[in-house]
Design a protein around this ligand. Structure first.
Ligand code: ADP
Ligand code: ASP
Ligand code: MG
Length: 420
């Protein structure tokens, strides 16, 4: 019997009716002879509520470990509820089903509370349990660190739980069920003309996720790529049964399996960006290093970095972006070391967005950047920062223009649906 992992996100388990719907999907796979692990998220909106609770009792700062231990204990609880509710629902339908929390697997992580990383693919007895006819319902998003404290894997982390377990049990595939029927050329909520991508390479999906396409957590794609987990994105809002190779959903696979390759595959916006600018940092070796070492020590991921001349030849302005949730902590940290780093002023900007174009075709085609810059210029959109990789160009713009930029670029690269 082939083992499979099915993951259901927050909207797919949003209430008891939606959980019953998930049970139908699971039943179909079990009855077709699969050994099934199901990974669930918290009910839609629940994690946000739990995060709010924590904020209301005093904002947990990523720099303060003790508080974050409790933050994780709170925010992981949403998945405990849905995993047990789904197990109960399946039991009531006559299946042998059992819930598993992160510590029961155990899913071992480092102790970066709030954004912990899985340390090793777990050796777990879930595999034998499902081969014996049980359905394992795993609470996504949560793990355990070496002192037996609960950790969470960062927002969207249930995707990563699912892929890690698929790798651990040698699953034939890992199906990610969500509220869209696949990965699209851009966020379908922004552009009605977005097209479903039937197959996309790990590499492109990784780039899309890392620049902000929320449909899969970045780390889940990294793990899928590293362990060759066959990943599919499907909708739980359509009838089960379509989940065969019948032409819906998106398969994330190796580049060699993709016959037709677009030059640009997707446009990805991200509004979760914020920018810090440090004014007049002394222009001498070691200053930039000290800024970014402090931020790295606080687990703050820095993205686009630009150094530009300041008024005085002896100093430079340094600006960089990060996730908007990290900006206050980063600013506090830098302000505390103002004297040592030597900047004269610090400014924060949350009204920015990053828009990225992604495509493996960029490796061998020229002109992608010029189309991007001209398209934005024609709409009067100013580019603040630019960063590139082999298969991606990202620009930072005023957040007010996000949707305009996405739609214009989607059209400029010929991604709009025909007839749309
Ligand atoms: P879940 O709760 O199931 O994990 P998420 O909200 O994390 O779902 O991810 C699904 C959402 O991702 C979709 O509703 C869609 O708005 C958004 N999204 C962003 N970019 C894309 C894209 N390129 N293709 C599909 N969905 C995308
Ligand atoms: N419930 C968590 C979140 O909202 C994890 C997940 O849904 O993947 O981020
Ligand atoms: Mg998600």
């Amino acid at each position: 019997m082939a083992r499979i992992v099915m993951k259901f996100g927050g909207t797919s388990v949003a209430d008891v009716d939606r959980i019953r719907n998930v049970a139908r999907f699971v039943r179909r796979e079990v009855e077709s002879g699969h050994s099934v692990v199901v990974v669930v998220s918290a009910m839609a909106g629940q994690t946000n509520k739990l995060v709010e609770f924590c904020k209301n009792v005093g904002s947990p700062s990523p720099a303060l470990d003790m508080q974050n231990i409790e933050y994780d204990a709170v925010v992981s609880s949403g998945e405990q509820v849905t995993s047990a509710l789904l197990a109960l629902t399946l039991q009531n339908l006559g299946f042998r089903a059992r819930s598993w929390q992160g510590w029961q697997i155990p899913l071992k992580t480092n102790n970066a509370h709030g954004k912990a990383r899985i340390l090793e693919i777990p050796e777990t007895n879930i595999g034998p349990a499902i081969d014996g006819g049980e359905v394992a319902i795993v609470a996504g998003f949560q793990g355990i660190e070496k002192n037996s404290r609960i950790t969470t894997l960062g927002r969207g982390g249930s995707d990563t739980t699912a892929v890690a377990l698929a790798a651990a049990i040698g699953a034939e595939r890992c199906d990610i069920y969500t509220d869209v029927d696949g990965v699209y050329t851009t966020d379908p909520r922004i552009a009605k003309n977005a097209r479903r991508i039937p197959r996309i390479s790990y590499e492109e999906m990784l780039e899309m996720a890392s620049v902000g396409a929320k449909v899969l957590q970045t780390r889940s794609v990294e793990l899928a790529m590293a362990y060759s987990v066959r990943l599919r994105v499907l909708s739980s809002f359509e009838e089960p049964g379509f989940a065969d190779e019948s032409g819906t959903g998106t398969v994330i696979c190796g580049e060699d399996e993709i016959v037709e390759q677009e030059i640009v595959s997707a446009i990805t916006p991200s509004r979760d960006e914020a920018k810090i600018s440090l004014i007049a940092v002394p222009n001498e070796p070691g200053r930039a290093a000290s800024i970014f070492i402090y931020l790295a020590d606080a687990n703050i991921n820095v993205d686009m970095i630009v150094q530009s001349p300041s008024r005085s030849p002896d100093s430079a302005n340094i600006s960089f972006t990060m996730h908007v949730n990290d900006i206050e902590t980063a600013a506090d940290l830098l302000n505390k070391r103002k004297g040592e780093i030597g900047f004269s002023d610090i400014t924060l900007d949350k009204e920015i967005a990053k828009v990225s174009v992604i495509g493996v075709g960029m490796k061998s085609h020229t002109g992608v950047a010029s189309v991007m810059f001209k398209t934005l210029a024609d709409r009067g959109i100013n580019i603040q920062n630019i960063s590139t990789s082999e298969i991606k160009i990202s620009v930072l713009i005023d957040s007010e223009y996000t949707e305009l930029a996405v739609r214009a670029l989607h059209q400029a690269y010929g991604l709009d649906q025909l007839g749309g």
